[in-house]
Design a protein. Structure first.
Length: 430
């Protein structure tokens, strides 16, 4: 009752302001634009969280009770976090809508750079190979521009490399880079074939597509494309089998290619991107030197790429894991006597994997639930300066509600990704 009374007294002003400034309000108090709105919402949430961490802003109706104060603060922060998440999703959608245009601009800028490079290096005169290379670049750029228009609401030409979790997929990005490069190389040969005059020249160009010359590049292309399909299948099965926790991101970022869902750099992804980029640069140089045939990627370099790809797949199999409860004990503050777990007490749930990668935001943390018997208890948010002390990845503190029947009951954690832990039995006394 104290929490409800405080909510009506303390939150009525904020609720009235939100109602007054909803919709198409144009006054100076409303954020204009998705990015500015998200920035202001984040700043307001951080300020409020730090104020609560310092013990400020608590209504008098709940200040006398530690449990009531914690519940009130947690619910207030959860509501604010949901508002921040809505602003973040709006910003992500607006960012994706403009990504197609920026992608198209970058593609045509690359075409202009290719033209300048060809003009500056045409020492011996303009050749048919240079014309074919420029024409192939125009065809590829036109195709990517058309793809950007058709997928303009989903990231433009980058839509195929954005995963189901709204992050850039490393395996798809590497495969797409090789597909575009091989397609460009074939178009260069096709352009030279169209410009060739003599039959001997045409035969030489056709023989340039022979498997003996391009076996290394074709092998790498087949492997990276297969890995893109395999990784999608592996991740999907592991998520459905609750062996991998996936949390959707607000929008894709370039750093997704080198990091995990939490934004930490991963060796498997970094080495796969770096080695694939080095091999692509080498193949591009070979194509520039010998534009009349597929790039003859040496088998030594091809094997290096295959080893890198195998390491990447092994890393995908090894990442993640199901959250687990290791022990449940009664929370004890300084000066408390040792006692069994009773209704109304706080319990500490110790384990691992409670907070999935990418779920460190407050709106994700507030979705965590502990099932005690048949009662679902939402994990309270306990703010500290710069973050939260509860919940954490290896420790949760929740109260045992009065609705829990005394006796032996099971404790189970449901993470924000929807994955359930093992059941752990505890004894609750009167």
């Amino acid at each position: 009752m104290a929490v409800q009374e405080a909510r009506h007294t303390g939150g009525s002003g904020a609720g009235a302001r939100e109602t007054a400034h909803a919709g198409g309000c144009t006054c100076g108090d409303c954020p204009h634009g998705a990015r500015e709105g998200h920035r202001r919402a984040v700043a307001a949430f951080l300020s409020r969280r730090d104020a609560f961490a310092a013990g400020e802003g608590l209504p008098a109706a709940v200040a006398h009770s530690a449990s009531a104060s914690r519940q009130w603060v947690s619910e207030e922060l959860a509501q604010s976090a949901r508002a921040v998440a809505e602003r973040g999703r709006a910003e992500g959608e607006a960012w994706l809508a403009g990504l197609g245009r920026r992608t198209a601009v970058a593609v045509w800028a690359a075409v202009v750079l290719l033209l300048l490079a060809q003009a500056l290096t045409a020492v011996g005169g303009w050749t048919a190979a240079r014309t074919a290379g420029l024409a192939a670049a125009l065809v590829v750029a036109g195709a990517l521009t058309a793809a950007s228009w058709f997928h303009r609401a989903r990231g433009g030409a980058l839509a195929p490399v954005i995963g189901e979790d709204n992050r850039l997929s490393t395996s798809r990005a590497v495969a797409a880079a090789w597909v575009l490069f091989v397609a460009y190389a074939v178009l260069v040969l096709a352009g030279q074939l169209a410009l060739a005059s003599g039959p001997d020249r045409r035969d030489d160009l056709v023989s340039g597509l022979g498997l003996a010359r391009g076996a290394g590049a074709v092998t790498v292309l087949a492997v990276v494309c297969g890995i893109a399909v395999l990784v999608r299948r592996v991740v999907g099965l592991r998520v459905l089998g609750q062996r991998l926790q996936k949390v959707r991101a607000d929008r894709p970022r370039a750093g997704d290619l080198l990091t995990d869902d939490a934004g930490r750099g991963t060796f498997a992804d970094i080495q796969y991107v770096v080695i694939s980029a080095v091999a692509l640069v080498f193949a591009a140089v070979r194509l520039a030197r010998r534009p009349d045939q597929l790039p003859d990627l040496p088998w030594g370099l091809a094997v290096v790429v295959l080893v890198s790809a195998a390491t990447y797949v092994a890393g995908k199999y090894a990442e993640g894991g199901r959250p687990v409860i290791l022990s449940v004990v009664r929370a004890r503050e300084a000066g408390d006597l040792d006692a069994p777990i009773r209704t109304g007490d706080d319990i500490e749930i110790r384990g691992a994997g409670f907070v999935p990668p990418g779920a460190q935001r407050a709106d994700r943390l507030s979705r965590m639930v502990v099932r005690i018997g048949s009662v679902n208890v939402h994990v309270p948010l306990v703010p500290v300066t710069g973050g939260f002390s509860n919940p954490t990845d290896d420790l949760l503190t929740v109260p045992v509600p009065a609705d829990v029947e005394p006796g032996r009951v099971d404790v189970q954690v449901v993470t924000s990704a929807g994955v359930e832990t093992n059941r752990y039995a505890i004894d609750v006394t009167d």
